[in-house]
Write a protein that binds this ligand. Structure first.
Ligand code: AMP
Length: 494
């Protein structure tokens, strides 16, 4: 492994990295920084949590260090304002010992301050595509001097309908620019976009999902849809310590969970696309500073949440697809810390459960020794593996029957890795499309009704359930070998 010094970075950058406590580059940094400093285009398949922000920020700084010429030299495009702000914060930290002017622009707020900042002069611009184009069209931004273009979370940008904006912005930058293209996943539409933009790129495939997920203990509570609320209270009562990030499918679901938790006396706050930018920023800040214990978020709003040492992620509603599951649980177990991801799997979640297990090539630990467990027939149905073109008819390999009496562990599976299981993709493409300014997916909106069923149907006595016993939640283990932080070996191509 190379050190940061060996990657050809200026001493001012090295000093800032030392202050940040970074001892060695992560695999994505080791790969990308060298290539980018040499001037290559890069296509990186890397998720949040792998250190990719520094991977593209440090080469940008390296190219700028010591320069006095004016104009935007580097442009970073990100899908959401949260992520854009996160990148800006990292850039500020890494450039603290050099003279670099940067600013961040995103939609949903007045553009007045942003225009003022642009006028003052900017070396590095971080932006969401919609607002950037708006300001460009109004004549506030000149991109012709952009030498380095970064696309961060390209898959998510495409998901949000930004493809045309991205193409337009790319064409406005200098023709001989360098492009660094990052995406957590590389479906065909993303690869096509990449290949249309990149020039003979160096390719890097970092940390397959399973590798990172291995550091995270995962547990599924097999719970009735109408008892999720009681289940959440039960779990929180038995786990009184540690910050928790809760995911819901819908904005209304997030509000409902927030209200419930606040009623119970928890310090909880929700973020989603209908909250004002100020409220979202405040909520994130309070969560990072541990002023609130519980943050409730929808998928889009959660992008850019970067809290080191976050011990728990709870999926009150299962995500729409396996990749989102990996994104969600990747919020814990960051920067070398271990973490735990808990998911409430209800009678509606058969397809997504099997899709996730197939994606991860592992069976997740399933806990049933709690008061809100699925009925026997529901449990059997959820655990039954879907077959291509219809149901299998028989019980799945993962289902070993209810544990008998008090002695049973109440867990199924156990995180044992195995090869590909039967085909279980029944759901088709669940990606939503949205208008590209608001940043909230219509997929989420269309899920509104099911979210209502998922959270809120709970019986009123659910919240009064008090368990004195030790929760099953604390003891579960996903098993499987735990891997060291950033132990993933980068698969370099090219
Ligand atoms: P990212 O994938 O860029 O969101 O980074 C994930 C987390 O890893 C952030 O909290 C970074 O501060 C941290 N990080 C990035 N690079 C390193 C490194 N080389 N050593 C230690 N932590 C790092």
């Amino acid at each position: 492994m190379k050190s940061f010094e060996e990657l050809g970075l200026d001493t001012s950058i090295l000093k800032a990295l030392k202050d940040a406590g970074y001892e060695n580059p992560t695999p994505v940094q080791e790969g990308t920084i060298e290539w980018a400093v040499e001037g290559h285009d890069v296509l990186g398949c890397a998720q949040t949590g792998t250190g990719k922000t520094a991977a593209f920020t440090l080469p940008i700084l390296q190219r700028i260090v010591g320069r006095n010429d004016k104009g935007i030299k580097a442009l970073v495009l990100a899908p959401t304002r949260e992520l854009a702000m996160q990148i800006a914060n990292s850039l500020r930290d890494y450039s603290k010992y050099m003279k670099v002017r940067h600013t961040v622009i995103y939609g949903g707020v007045s553009s007045y301050e942003q225009i003022k900042n642009l006028r003052r002069g900017v070396d590095v611009l971080i932006a969401t595509p919609g607002r950037l184009l708006d300001l460009h069209n109004q004549g506030h931004v000149f991109l012709g001097g952009v030498e380095t273009l970064v696309l961060d979370e390209a898959d998510r940008m495409l998901d949000m309908g930004f493809i045309h904006d991205i193409k337009t912005i790319e064409s406005l930058c200098a023709e001989d620019k360098q492009t660094l293209f990052f995406s957590a996943t590389m479906p065909p539409d993303v690869r096509k976009l990449a290949m249309g933009i990149l020039n003979d790129p160096k390719q890097l495939d970092i940390a397959p999902a399973e590798q990172k997920v291995d550091r995270i203990e995962q547990e599924l509570f097999m719970v009735r849809r109408d008892r999720k609320r009681a289940m959440l209270n039960h779990w929180l009562e038995n786990n009184p310590e540690g910050q928790v990030l809760i995911f819901t499918k819908t904005k209304r679901g997030a509000d409902r969970v927030e209200d419930d938790l606040q009623e119970q006396g928890y310090r909880a706050v929700a973020i989603h696309g209908d909250k004002s930018q100020g409220a979202r920023t405040r909520a994130l800040g309070d969560f990072k500073r541990n002023k609130v214990r519980i943050l409730v978020a929808t998928d889009v709003a959660s992008r850019g949440i970067d809290v080191d040492q976050l011990p728990y992620v709870i999926n009150v509603d299962m995500p729409e697809n396996a990749e989102t599951y990996v994104h969600r649980i990747g919020r814990t177990g960051r920067a070398g810390a271990s973490g735990k991801a808990i998911s409430f799997c209800c009678e509606d979640d058969r397809d997504i459960l099997h899709e996730i297990e197939k994606h991860l090539s592992m069976e997740l630990t399933k806990t049933t020794d709690h008061p809100f467990v699925l009925l026997d027939n529901q449990l059997a149905e959820v655990l039954e593996k879907p077959q291509r073109g219809g149901r299998s008819g028989g019980p799945s390999r993962g289902y070993k029957g209810r544990s008998g009496g008090g002695g049973g562990s109440g867990r199924y599976g156990g995180g044992n890795r195995r090869g590909g299981s039967g085909d279980n993709r029944g759901g088709g493409d669940s990606r939503g499309r949205s208008n590209d300014r608001g940043g909230e997916r219509t997929g989420e909106r269309s899920g509104e009704r099911s979210g209502e069923r998922s959270y809120g149907g709970g019986s009123s006595n659910g919240s009064s359930f008090k368990s004195k016993g030790k929760s099953s939640a604390g003891a579960g283990s996903a098993g499987g070998a735990k891997k060291k932080f950033f132990s993933g070996v980068a698969k370099k191509k090219n």
